[in-house]
Design a protein around this ligand. Structure first.
Ligand code: ADP
Ligand code: ADP
Length: 218
């Protein structure tokens, strides 16, 4: 469970997140919808402990990560798609991450199979397409077998098959009792992927509703 309680984030005069309060429950896929610049990434960074709120509090399963990044074993993250610039293979990239975080080596093989990168596991990450890079990012997020996943625009760059794959994966993760929170700027994407919706605009939470209620009303 993720609890965002009265959270404000200011950068100088700019208010990126304005007194946001919502809860992300386990067992459901919760979507975070809003246009570019609405405050989605900033909120996710605070959930991950990568940035501290100016005011308010974020708790993940009751814990606060305000001054340190959430451990990979507790919270898995996929941040905005950016190419991983490394000469390493996908396998070695994930292995290095696993070793740094005290995660057993066999888990690297598990996540490679889980995200469908087995055939390219020995290839250099530098040569990956955006879609393969997204799969690698999801593999990194799953490496620590975390109870909570925070995914910023996870379907970006994925082809239709990749989009279906990630939906099935998220479904399986929440069926397992995990908490999944993902952002998108596309309502059409949320309708297909999320059970619950938090809508943010100009830093303010403007709706917090089940997808069924939302689609019945609009
Ligand atoms: P979204 O993810 O919804 O596109 P962001 O959280 O990235 O939105 O941004 C929300 C607002 O905060 C924007 O106006 C953005 O310019 C601003 N912002 C985000 N990060 C910073 C930063 N490090 N310094 C200054 N302004 C920032
Ligand atoms: P550093 O030593 O660079 O401060 P860490 O050892 O915590 O960072 O993490 C090493 C790598 O793991 C980085 O590339 C970082 O992006 C990634 N990472 C850290 N925490 C997470 C997480 N919760 N989910 C996914 N990747 C993470």
């Amino acid at each position: 469970m993720i609890e965002v309680v009265g959270v404000t984030k200011r950068y100088g005069d700019r208010v990126a997140v304005d007194d946001a309060t919502f809860t992300v429950r386990p067992g459901l896929v919760t979507g975070f919808l809003g246009p570019n610049g609405a405050g989605k990434s900033t909120t996710m960074r605070m959930i991950l402990g990568l940035d501290a709120p100016t005011a308010g509090e974020v708790r993940v399963n009751g814990k606060r990560y305000a001054d340190h990044a959430a451990p990979l074993r507790e919270v898995g993250a996929l941040l905005e798609a950016k190419a991983v610039h490394t000469g390493r293979s996908a396998y070695n990239h994930l292995l290095a991450l696993a070793l740094t975080h005290g995660i057993p080596r066999r888990r690297v093989d598990e996540v490679i199979d889980l995200v469908g990168l087995r055939e390219v596991a020995r290839k250099r990450v530098g040569g990956f397409s955006l879609g393969m890079g997204q799969r690698l990012g999801v593999a990194a997020a799953l490496l620590g077998d975390p109870h909570t996943l925070v995914l910023d625009e996870p379907v970006n760059g994925l082809d239709p098959e990749g989009v279906r794959w990630i939906r099935q994966l998220l479904r399986a993760l929440v069926a397992d009792g995990r908490t999944v929170f993902l952002s998108s700027h596309l309502m059409s994407e949320m309708e297909l992927t999320a059970d619950h919706l938090v809508i943010i605009g100009k830093g303010r939470v403007i709706a917090d509703t089940s997808m069924a209620d939302f689609t019945a009303r609009f």
